[in-house]
Design a protein around this ligand. Structure first.
Ligand code: MG
Length: 172
């Protein structure tokens, strides 16, 4: 059984991951409003990833006999000045999530819960990827600023991202 204090810390992280999904849904809406379908598709894939992150934590809590408590999810931003500002916000958010995961890992070690720390190794590595993938788009947007052709090319490229599962319900 996972200690009560650590359960609270896991519940906080579940909320953080669900908020991440909510934030990226908001970015899907923003990119759709800008007619940047590829950017929107990239963000849809990110939404699915965040839901998977939340579910991994939930499943782990349940496996350990923890009490999953779902709290209210915060209201995300809904508008950005331009695609670069949106991706800079995504990158900053992932840096925040990395700090949260580091805190949760430290809390697990402090609680002497080595099993939880080992479980969280996956998240520590995942955050390196999450920061890098958002920053990669930030850097390419900086290179292409002011050039509509480059933005169009990047939109097409980002649209090729394959999500773990699809949220596209248009065919239903
Ligand atoms: Mg996440």
């Amino acid at each position: 059984m996972i200690k009560t204090d650590l359960q609270q810390a896991f519940n906080k992280q579940i909320n953080e991951e669900l908020f991440s999904a909510y934030l990226y849904v908001s970015m899907v809406n923003y990119f759709e409003s800008q007619n940047l379908k590829g950017f929107a598709a990239w963000m849809r894939a990110q939404v699915v990833e965040e839901l998977i992150h939340a579910n991994k934590l939930i499943d782990y809590m349940l496996e350990r006999g923890g009490d999953v408590k779902l709290e209210a999810i915060g209201k995300p931003e809904s508008a950005w000045d331009n695609p670069l500002a949106a991706f800079e916000a995504a990158y900053a958010h992932e840096c925040h999530i990395s700090a949260c995961i580091n805190d949760l890992y430290s809390a697990s070690v402090k609680a002497g819960d080595h099993a939880a720390a080992i479980f969280l190794n996956w998240f520590v590595s995942e955050q390196v990827e999450e920061e890098a993938s958002a920053d990669d788009v930030v850097q390419r947007l900086k290179l292409s600023q002011g050039a509509p052709g480059a933005l169009f090319m990047l939109d097409r490229e980002l649209g090729a991202r394959v999500p773990p599962v699809t949220l596209n319900t248009a065919a239903d």
